[in-house]
Design a protein around this ligand. Structure first.
Ligand SMILES: [Zn+2]
Ligand SMILES: [Zn+2]
Length: 342
């Protein structure tokens, strides 16, 4: 199965935390955390539609200005999600600049900001054409942690404790579209970019009578067919991927329950681990996880793969120890679960 969601950390494990997620068949990118984003090419930044900010400590939010600078004037809408006080944080950033000329640009950028509370979401809009004055504020229900739902994926969040509220996130691809190679070979069609288009039409939820153009005779001619029969003949649907991202939080019972719920059975779990296993006390005091705690959470939640990041700069040169401690704890819990399920 070829994954369509491609996540990668925006910096090395000692740099500002962040996760960039590209969708294979869409010119679209999601960004989790907005720290230093100078390593991301501008072309990629322009594809970002939604930014999920765990909290506004400087290493998670200093990239706001950089992103705004790049997307400004491109006529797009950028959605930003964050914890309690996030609307005021965005407003404060915008208030730091002079916008006297922006009304000369036509709708150069709209920011839609969503603030997550335990039992509701608050929304506000900042439009360049209004000199980024806060507008259209409203309050919405917040149900089962669901933050964003689209035909092909959803994003859930959980409010975690970091002495301030900090959001963890889980991105779930709704389904995965696979081409039946045997059927394709048996058909008169050849493989090629049209198959990616076909997958995209399915993700977009196009109706069965939607007409698909299929190249034949080495692309010299094309044939038209309805999506419904093509789907039936060539495609099978399997469960989609799940990617989870948790950073800057403390290991306690309440948080453990929330994290395990959120990241349950993720294909890849990106988890912070600033401290060594022996630094539990330091972790508790600073409200961060140790390597071992990251591994325990991954094991408990039954994730398939654990990737740790956000290492403390104090531990430069000890990357392999931090990784090993996390993977050891992860394996330990997995083995214990296997034994108890026999
Ligand atoms: Zn941090
Ligand atoms: Zn923090």
């Amino acid at each position: 199965m070829k994954p369509i969601i491609h996540p990668r950390l925006t910096n090395d494990v000692f740099g500002d935390p962040g996760l960039l997620v590209q969708f294979l068949y869409e010119k679209r990118v999601l960004l989790f955390d907005l720290g230093d984003i100078s390593t991301i090419p501008n072309g990629m930044l322009l594809k970002i539609t939604d930014v999920f900010v765990s909290h506004t400590h400087i290493d998670h939010f200093i990239g706001f200005d950089h992103l705004l600078r790049i997307v400004f004037g491109r006529g797009k809408t950028l959605r930003l999600y964050g914890p309690d006080n996030f609307i005021a944080n965005v407003e404060g950033k915008l208030a730091g600049f002079t916008w006297n000329l922006v009304d000369k640009y036509n709708e150069s950028i709209n920011l839609e900001v969503v603030e997550v509370h335990e039992d509701h979401l608050r929304r506000a809009r900042f439009r360049a054409i209004d000199k980024f004055k806060r507008s259209d504020e409203n309050r919405e229900p917040f149900v089962n942690g669901l933050l964003l739902e689209e035909p092909s994926f959803s994003v859930h969040t959980a409010i975690l404790e970091h002495r301030v509220p900090c959001l963890g996130f889980a991105l779930k691809e709704m389904f995965h579209v696979n081409v039946r190679k045997d059927r394709l070979e048996a058909s008169k069609f050849s493989s090629g970019p049209w198959l990616n288009e076909l997958k995209q039409f399915i993700f977009e939820g196009k109706p069965d009578d939607f007409i698909v153009r299929i190249p034949v005779n080495g692309g010299k001619e094309s044939k038209e067919m309805a999506l419904g029969p093509l789907k039936e003949d060539l495609i099978f649907i399997s469960p989609g991927q799940k990617i989870a991202y948790v950073t800057d939080t403390v290991y306690n019972e309440e948080n453990k329950t929330r994290i395990v719920d959120l990241i349950s059975e993720a294909d890849i779990f990106f988890c912070e681990s600033p401290f060594l296993a022996e630094e539990e006390e330091r972790g508790a005091e600073r409200r961060h996880l140790t390597s071992r705690q990251a591994g325990l959470l991954a094991g408990e939640a039954g994730v398939k793969q654990l990737r740790t990041f956000h290492f403390s700069p104090k531990h430069k040169g000890r990357e392999s120890q931090l990784r090993k401690e996390a993977q050891d704890a992860f394996c330990e819990v997995r083995k214990a679960k296997e034994i108890s399920s026999r």
